[in-house]
Ligand binder design. Structure first.
Ligand SMILES: O=C(O)C(=O)C[C@H](O)[C@@H](O)CO
Length: 253
């Protein structure tokens, strides 16, 4: 059995914009459906959802039904959580609340086996094809994509160092938390926040890494792509369902 190629990571490296969808619905049926819609990547959010580690198994299986690549956001930058998320088969991880280069380096280390990191070794995980990928331990990191999330003003001030951290493939800007940290809770559209986001994309690109972000409208997603963001989640499944249902009902009344 061969180590699975991470087409999302390859696309980022080739400079091809990766269009994604954020999934908060915690549903294998939804992810199975979405995986064939055609997005390059699907983000399974275990930070702001009730997902536990065991819940990720059917979600990752469902995501593999189509060509989209799955990414998992664990609840925290924690070596135990990351080990378990990787062992269950995530090849792309979006690691929240990385505040400086030490935390970025710790995140990378959590994802790599010794001597390059501290990831615990297990012989037969889902990630290693239950032990049937013979070179998994030595080659896993080639196909892992490590994305760190910058979401405060303090983290922005360390952005060049975070982005330059060896092993970090991309830096994701969290517009909601960043706007909160900048004194504009609930208003990522505030001009100061948007200016900070635009500048962040350039800083991340200057470090040779891919900038990423979450948008909740087509206009926002297109603007972020114009600003040079390399991976953009263009919407959230829960929100698409909620707004679609509300629109349907209002059209009927
Ligand atoms: O700060 C942000 O923005 C994010 O990290 C995304 C949020 O967690 C949320 O909008 C996902 O539903």
């Amino acid at each position: 059995m061969e180590l699975k190629k991470n087409a999302f990571k390859a696309g980022l490296k080739a400079g091809q914009p990766q269009l994604g969808l954020w999934s908060s619905l915690c549903s294998p049926i939804v992810l199975e459906m979405l995986s064939n819609v055609g997005f390059d990547w699907l983000l399974i959010d275990a930070e702001h959802s009730p997902l536990e580690i065991a819940d990720l198994l059917p979600l990752l299986q469902a995501s593999a039904a189509g060509p989209s690549m799955a990414a998992v956001r664990p609840p925290w930058n924690d070596k135990v959580l990351l080990k378990r998320v990787l062992d269950i088969g995530a090849q792309t991880v979006l690691i929240p609340f990385v505040e400086n280069e030490d935390e970025a380096a710790a995140a990378v280390s959590s994802c790599r086996y010794p001597p390059h990191g501290i990831r615990g070794v297990a012989g037969a995980t889902r990630a290693s094809g239950y032990g049937r990928i013979p070179d998994y331990l030595h080659r896993a990191q080639e196909e892992l994509c490590i994305l760190v999330q910058v979401e405060t003003g303090a983290a922005l001030s360390r952005l060049p160092q975070i982005a330059a951290t060896e092993g970090v493939d991309g830096v994701f800007i969290g517009p909601s938390d960043l706007s909160a940290s900048m004194g504009h809770l609930g208003n990522p559209a505030h001009p100061d926040v948007q200016a900070a986001i635009k500048n962040a994309a350039q800083v991340i690109r200057d470090a040779g890494k891919a900038p990423g972000i979450l948008a909740t409208s087509v206009d926002d997603a297109k603007r972020y792509l114009d600003w040079g963001f390399g991976f953009v989640a263009c919407g959230i499944d829960l929100r698409l369902l909620a707004t679609g249902a509300a629109t349907l009902l209002s059209n009927m009344r």
